[in-house]
Design a protein around this ligand. Structure first.
Ligand code: PMP
Length: 292
């Protein structure tokens, strides 16, 4: 990855209520979140200086915290303002914004009742999780070696740090095999999501996407479903099995970082069509940039 390491940059980070120097935004090694994954986060994107669907992201952050048994000690207005402050303090107009909430170091051990809840927000320039070339050609996906866990084994729909352990492992596995990303199944064997994006399949004017019962209910996913319906596509949220893939003409991913990214193939199943993506990519850009 180009650019300096993330701990060694100029700028400001919003940290527990104030803007601090980027390099001073540190936590102690005996922070509960470091050992027990008691951390939740968001990924937001600013276009022309405005964070797209900021309130929805903030609300999801609070929900993720509640799923991990903690309440973020700020109001939603304050957390919205923290994201804006992190953006503006760094003079950014086009940026990725990362709020994170975590349990502190007051207690060490599985019991975390006495930990304080902290919140920080950082913002930086970040183009897309896929390169321009990958998006033009369509990204390639392998099958992930890990499955999305069932909602009775973990808070499966939270945006919690712990759930990304299998995403990182799956992404590394994909790259080692020469693919751009991995597509995960859920614990039942249904198609779930990529390591940082939701997945859609297209056949004619019908678009199919998994029910968000064991995956992150992406804010981009919801947005793109709306855009597709407004443009005459029928959107079916349903259970999709891997053996159905050959019947689809087109596949794409959605996410704050991925935006709308066409998929060229999943393992050896190819998706040559760009019919829906060629409509939805510009529609999404127009919406996030408030050009419509
Ligand atoms: N699934 C996972 C696992 C993700 O990390 C993301 C990115 N936040 C998404 C889906 C897409 O969510 P959103 O559209 O809200 O960014």
């Amino acid at each position: 990855m180009a650019g300096p390491a993330f701990h060694d940059r100029d700028g400001k980070i919003w940290f527990d209520g104030e803007l601090v120097d980027w390099r001073a935004a540190n936590v102690h090694i005996l922070t509960h979140a470091m050992h027990y994954a008691s951390s939740v986060f968001e990924g937001e994107r600013a276009y022309n200086g405005e964070i797209f669907k900021l309130r929805e992201h903030t609300e999801r952050l609070f929900e993720s915290g509640r799923m991990l048994g903690f309440e973020i000690p700020y109001s939603t207005d304050e957390v919205d303002a923290a994201s804006v402050a992190a953006l503006e303090a760094n003079g950014l107009a086009e940026a990725y914004v990362r709020p994170v909430a975590w349990r502190g170091s007051e207690m060490m051990g599985v019991n975390a009742q006495g930990t304080e809840i902290h919140l920080a927000v950082a913002a930086w320039e970040w183009p897309n999780i896929f390169t321009e070339e990958q998006r033009l050609k369509g990204v390639t996906l392998s099958w992930a070696p890990w499955k999305r866990p069932s909602p009775d084994t973990i808070p499966a729909c939270s945006k919690a740090a712990g759930l990304y352990m299998i995403c990182t492992l799956s992404k590394h596995d994909a790259e080692a095999k020469g693919f751009n990303d991995a597509l995960m199944l859920d614990w039942r064997g249904y198609v779930a999501e990529a390591t940082g994006a939701n997945v859609f399949f297209v056949k004619g004017d019908a678009i199919h996407t998994p029910i968000p019962d064991a995956i992150l209910d992406g804010i981009t996913r919801r947005t793109v479903i709306g855009l597709a319906e407004e443009r005459g596509f029928k959107v079916y949220e349903r259970r999709i099995t891997p053996d159905e893939l050959e019947a689809f003409d087109e596949c794409f991913l959605t996410g704050t970082a991925a935006e709308v990214s066409p998929v060229a193939r999943i393992e050896n199943v190819e998706f040559p069509s760009r019919e829906a993506a060629s409509v939805l990519m510009p529609a999404y850009t127009k919406l996030v940039r408030r050009e419509s």
